[in-house]
Design a protein around this ligand. Structure first.
Ligand code: INI
Length: 163
């Protein structure tokens, strides 16, 4: 007989990165900050147990180029998930809104279209100090967060496919 207090089925991806192949796309623009995001992402992948050989890092010139690299990597079917890292500082660009909207919008669309999850590690701030705060400073490391999201989502999609 079915129990009355049956619990709903919960799917939680978790952070076990063993066997996962992850690509990290990182922008050279504001490299002093994005290199810290990259380090945060690589540290997180290592902590999750992702094999170094299964991690690919692709550099692009700026946040606006993250999309085409991410799209090509996602379509290659060689990766379970991606993490995309960049830094857009309002003070430095008159077209801040364009760079932010286009780069983050493209990444969201690529993830939905390809079904390959993308951890979003594009920092958008008013000034450099706020960016450093989010690249290993007072407010954590958004590269790390993006890599952890990539691992969790890759595992979740595997669970959904294979409950
Ligand atoms: N790219 C960034 O990643 N961050 C920025 O703050 C930025 N600003 O300030 O303009 C930026 N611009 C470059 C852009 O992403 C492209 O690389 C460039 O337009 C060439 O296509």
């Amino acid at each position: 007989m079915e129990s009355d207090d049956a619990l709903p089925r919960e799917l939680i991806g978790g952070r076990d990165g063993r066997g996962l192949k992850i690509a990290v796309v990182v922008s050279r623009f504001n490299e002093e900050i994005t290199s810290r995001l990259l380090q945060g992402a690589l540290d997180a992948l290592e902590e999750c147990g992702v094999d170094e050989e299964n991690v690919t890092v692709a550099w692009v010139p700026g946040a606006l180029e993250l999309g085409v690299a991410a799209s090509t990597l996602a379509k290659s079917q060689k990766f379970h998930a991606l993490a995309c890292l960049g830094c857009v500082v309002r003070g430095e660009t008159g077209h801040y809104d364009v760079v932010v909207t286009q780069s983050t919008g493209a990444l969201a669309r690529i993830a939905l279209k390809t079904g390959v999850p993308i951890g979003m590690g594009v920092i958008t701030t008013d000034n450099e100090n706020q960016a450093f705060d989010r690249a290993g400073g007072n407010f954590g490391n958004k590269g790390r967060d993006a890599a952890l999201a990539a691992v969790e989502m890759a595992n979740l999609l595997r669970l959904i496919d294979n409950p």
